[in-house]
Design a protein around this ligand. Structure first.
Ligand SMILES: Nc1ncnc2c1ncn2[C@@H]1O[C@H](COP(=O)(O)OP(=O)(O)OP(=O)(O)O)[C@@H](O)[C@H]1O
Ligand SMILES: [Mg+2]
Length: 216
């Protein structure tokens, strides 16, 4: 399956979710290709850090740009169990190319930002991609949600109004463990001892469960 984690907005948690899902799939025994299609190369940097600190990544990470995302992504996909594409937070040929070859688009939105008002932007791109990729499924998810409170519900309410995206009830709360894991070159699921955050693990695990087991 090819999964693109994308949004036309920056800083919503695309890379965080992409690398945590790549780690989750690796831990599930899958052969994973993580495509860094963002010129900021954050997924690559995370993977390089991971390799230097832990000796291996457990998945393959490559960098692709522009039209190569579409062409090489499609050629490479059959060689892997799972492909995860991390794209930059703008309307780029890389994002459009990724949507054209994906089975699923996962679109994170950060709670408490104006970005949620722009959900129609990515919704339009998804509708366009469906013109030549009619089976593309697209899901919105809340990231950096508050542990409790009405803001999450307000944000969820807005997302359910975006017709191109199905709202996935698998919110990820803003948790320090997410940042700490990234800084250690790990997915939250790999953190051990007192660094382990069982709530963060539960949220990443539930999102992966929905995407990889429940939606098929
Ligand atoms: N659930 C979370 N809890 C805490 N911090 C988070 C969470 N998700 C993301 N972050 C932090 O928010 C920042 C932005 O996340 P990230 O880099 O994943 O976003 P992005 O959408 O990939 O950004 P860009 O558009 O720049 O590529 C990072 O510092 C990341 O560690
Ligand atoms: Mg990113």
């Amino acid at each position: 399956m090819i999964l693109t984690v994308g949004n036309t907005k920056g800083g919503v948690g695309k890379t965080t979710l992409a690398v945590n899902l790549a780690v989750e799939r690796f831990l599930a025994g899958k052969d994973v290709l993580l495509i860094d299609a963002d010129n900021q190369r954050t997924s690559s940097a995370f993977s390089a850090l991971r390799e230097s600190l832990h000796g291996q990544t457990g998945y393959t990470c490559i960098e692709l740009s522009g039209s190569a995302v579409h062409q090489q992504g499609r050629n490479l996909a059959p060689k892997y169990d799972e492909v995860i594409i991390d794209v930059g937070g703008r309307d780029t040929s890389a994002l459009r190319g990724a949507l054209a070859i994906s089975d699923i688009a996962l679109v994170p939105f950060a709670v408490g930002t104006f970005d949620i008002w722009a959900a129609e932007d990515i919704g339009r791109l998804i509708e366009e991609a469906r013109g030549f990729n009619p089976t593309l499924r697209a899901f919105s998810v809340l990231n950096m949600a508050d542990p409790a409170g009405g803001d999450n519900a307000d944000a969820a309410g807005l997302l359910t109004e975006t017709s191109a995206l199905v709202y996935l009830r698998a919110s990820l709360v803003r948790r320090k463990a997410m940042r700490n894991a990234a800084a250690a070159g790990l997915g939250v699921l790999e953190m051990t001892g007192s660094s382990r955050d069982s709530k963060a693990c539960g949220e990443v695990g539930y999102l992966a469960e929905l995407l990889y087991n429940k939606l098929n």
